[in-house]
Write a protein that binds this ligand. Sequence first.
Ligand code: HEC
Ligand code: HEC
Length: 442
Amino acid sequence: MSKSPNIFIPALGGTALIIGLAYGIASRDYGAGKIEILETRVQQVEAQASVASEKASAESERAAELEQMIAEVQAAAAERVSSEADLTTPAPRTGGSYGIGRAAHSEEIAVWDVDVLPNGRGLPVGSGNAFDGEEIFADKCASCHGDFAEGVDNWPVLAGGFDTLADEDPVKTVGSYWPYLSTAYDYIYRSMPFGEAGTLTPDETYAIVAYILYSNDLIDDEFDLSQANLGSFEMHNKDGFVVDDRPEQEYAKWREEPCMENCKEEVHVTMRSVFLVETPPESGSNSVMNHASAEGLPSFTSEGPSFIPVAVAKPTKQDEANAAPAVQETETEDEGVDLIAAGKKVFRKCQACHKVGDGAKNASGPQLNGLVGRTMGSTDDFKYSGVFLAAMEEGRVWDEAALAEFLAKPKSYMKGTKMAFSGLKKEADITAVTEYLKSFGE
Ligand code: HEC
Ligand code: HEC
């Protein structure tokens, strides 16, 4: 609608101008011929003006039409928006449910519902004895818990420790401490072997639990443990727990306002955790007691520490480089040097358990200096598994071929080894790590 006046103004304006011009010229008494020409011209312009006005009115009609269409589209859009708002309003309820999902199948529930109660409720059907359990335990558990459940390094001990519970350092094991056998079944079935949880069958679990009882001298190796008798098995420490009545008996005694500020004249630090236990360098399995004393440490008063110890300088990159094992760098042995460097990288997989180089000590695995040419299982002071002790007695010696076979599949080359390592898959890695180990002579 708004378009039409804009179109009219130039058209009518033009006409008025020319008519005005025509009268002006006529009054100056030009010749009649000229007036005629001008009259024709005025008629022409008037005709043009009427065409223009027709055109303008047609255009204004078109504009009105378009505006009508826009209004229709906008109305439709508005309707859409208001109907989309309905999507967020709750669906109508039918028969008291939303009609989403389905009832769980009993098989699905069974997979989740694995907990076992002290009285044995929840145990799956199955059985096993210590005789069978011994083999499974050696295969799946002994690398960490020891052949006789005695624990390797700092991995948990599962057997023994009877009558130590009142000691300063109680040895809490399945045998000495756990009040119910159901916990052993439940825990092992759900979470062991560490890192491979959920791989044991019920029969294997019964056999393993039987073997742990056997290692604790609680049953003989023919005792058949099953869902029928596990719940009623009486554990050594079944009466060693008391009901926690501290809320009634003790909390009242501690109800005084606690002191939060300047409560003690002087605080004296007797030991720092960094001095107490040496954090193991790589793996978590060989932390060591550190017998350093607190002498020379600052004491603390409300004024602050008596002095601030000077930090020991950190080793610089240069020091570290100097401390790295010397690698032969003759030009003719370039290839060997590359191999040793590659082997050093592969050895990262071994480092958590094995040390090499000057003063290397046994860690959770034996030190590996001078390995090629060394008798198997012969490092002083290392507690080897039976298969390694046997190899030593036979006088077997590590050569490159034996090492390659062992490193490819430790558990099949040395059946029963406690080296918890699945093996190196790439031959190139084996060659490289062997070359690296060879660079550490004696
Ligand atoms: C790779 C090492 C490893 C292997 C293999 C392994 N465990 Fe364990 N086990 C552990 C660690 C670590 C813990 C302690 C876990 C924790 O406290 O969270 C543990 C804890 C346990 C405990 C609880 C001990 C306690 O007193 O709290 C039992 C029982 C046990 N394991 C049994 C087994 C059995 C049976 C197997 C073989 C089927 C097995 N483990 C295999 C590392 C291992
Ligand atoms: C999780 C710890 C662990 C890792 C990782 C590990 N080892 Fe071992 N290794 C051991 C233990 C434990 C033994 C002793 C085995 C036994 O007594 O059964 C051993 C034994 C050995 C031996 C025999 C030494 C001797 O004195 O006869 C060699 C060789 C060896 N490992 C090489 C390697 C190499 C190479 C790697 C890396 C590619 C590696 N190991 C990774 C724990 C480990």
